[in-house]
Ligand binder design. Structure first.
Ligand SMILES: [Zn+2]
Ligand SMILES: [Zn+2]
Length: 367
């Protein structure tokens, strides 16, 4: 007899109340998050984004999430003898309803200190809708479910980095303006900004990846920096969510340094924003649990297999670039066997598994 895999005490096979329960909790939590954003916009939403939200659509989506969360929660309780997930989701919907549900009045606006709960909700929604089905249909390791070991740790990384988006963006942009204003030349900047946008975009990809390569290699080579970057390499399962396991210090320093040449060269805002969208999707995609092969294109553009080898237990210190494998070929760090690596993570598993412990670990003696 085939033994059922279990999680939270649930039988995880289809039709046993686990999948409906997990979706119920996810949908109700997203719905409740939306209601909280309506009620406490000053505290929980990013000021720059507030004016851009189509409010009717937002309210409709919240409504949809709460109704679906409630329905699936009830279904989960009916299907399973366990009630943890089903009742939790119903509880979340009740709290959301008490706060006014999808028709909750908008709270007072003001102040600029805010957590990016809206940014977090938006990203969970879009990325999960994109990557969860992709990884189910084209899985490289089909046995590795959505809720593989370590997924909660990665979700915590994802949550905190999105909630703190305003602080991290500020810390990314300010050092360049503070320390590298001397390197700016108005004539050079004008010449660069006058080029066609698509050309600027391609130049940004090359420039940003070159500096990202250098900073990334530094994080591997300098022991004090490696402690922070080791957190990213501690993932033993690769998927879209594993991409967010990055220590805040690693994320801020890497982005701040990679941004310096873009600031000094003075690219126009449009191509820079286009690059930010591109890099956020590409950096997630290369971690995904997908078996795609790209033939000749693999030598040109960073693919999941290329970055998966960066995360391999052995050999180490290969494939530092994100977008352009050519940079690794240039500097002798390119590694691309025909197959995907067999194991991921750091030999000896030095990094603790829980989120809070990972945050503190680089600062401790034991690291
Ligand atoms: Zn690395
Ligand atoms: Zn990675």
């Amino acid at each position: 007899m085939q033994l059922a895999e279990r999680s939270l005490g649930y039988d995880t096979r289809f039709g046993r109340g686990f999948i409906s329960g997990v979706f119920a909790v996810a949908l109700s939590a997203l719905g409740l998050g939306g209601v909280l954003c309506l009620r406490f916009p000053s505290l929980l939403t990013t000021p720059d984004a507030r004016a851009l939200y189509p409010l009717d659509l937002v309210r409709f989506l919240i409504h949809l999430h709460l109704v679906a969360g409630f329905g699936l929660g009830v279904l989960s309780v009916l299907l399973s003898r366990r009630t943890l997930l089903g009742l939790s989701s119903v509880g979340l919907v009740v709290v959301a309803a008490l706060l006014g549900g999808s028709q909750a009045p908008i709270g007072t606006l003001g102040g600029t200190r805010a957590l990016g709960l809206d940014w977090f909700l938006l990203n969970v929604l879009v990325l999960a809708m994109l990557f969860v089905p992709l990884e189910r249909v084209f899985a490289r390791i089909p046995e590795q479910g959505i809720f593989r070991p370590g997924w909660l740790t990665d979700l915590a990384h994802f949550g905190v980095s999105h909630l703190l988006v305003q602080v991290t963006v500020l810390l990314t942009l300010v050092p360049a303006a503070l320390f590298f204003r001397w390197a700016v030349h108005p004539g050079v900047q004008a010449a660069i900004a006058s080029q066609p946008a698509p050309l600027q975009f391609l130049e940004i990809v090359v420039v940003a990846d070159l500096s990202e390569y250098a900073v990334h290699r530094l994080f591997h080579a300098v022991p004090f920096l490696w402690r922070f970057h080791a957190v990213h390499h501690s993932s033993e399962a690769m998927d879209w969510l594993a991409s967010s396991r990055i220590h805040l210090v690693d994320a801020v320093i890497t982005r701040a340094l990679a941004f310096v040449p873009l600031y000094v060269l003075g690219f126009s805002a449009g191509p820079v924003y286009a690059y930010l969208v591109f890099v956020s999707f590409h950096a997630i995609f290369v971690h995904a649990n997908v078996r795609f092969r790209f033939g000749g294109l693999e030598r040109l553009l960073g693919t999941p297999k290329f970055h998966h080898w960066h995360h391999a237990t052995a050999p180490v210190d290969k494939n530092f670039a994100i977008h352009l494998p050519m940079i690794d070929r240039l500097f002798g760090t390119y590694w691309m066997p025909p197959e995907f690596p067999a194991t991921y993570g750091i030999a000896g598993h030095p990094v603790p598994r829980r989120y809070a412990a990972q945050l503190v670990w680089p600062f401790t003696r034991r690291s």
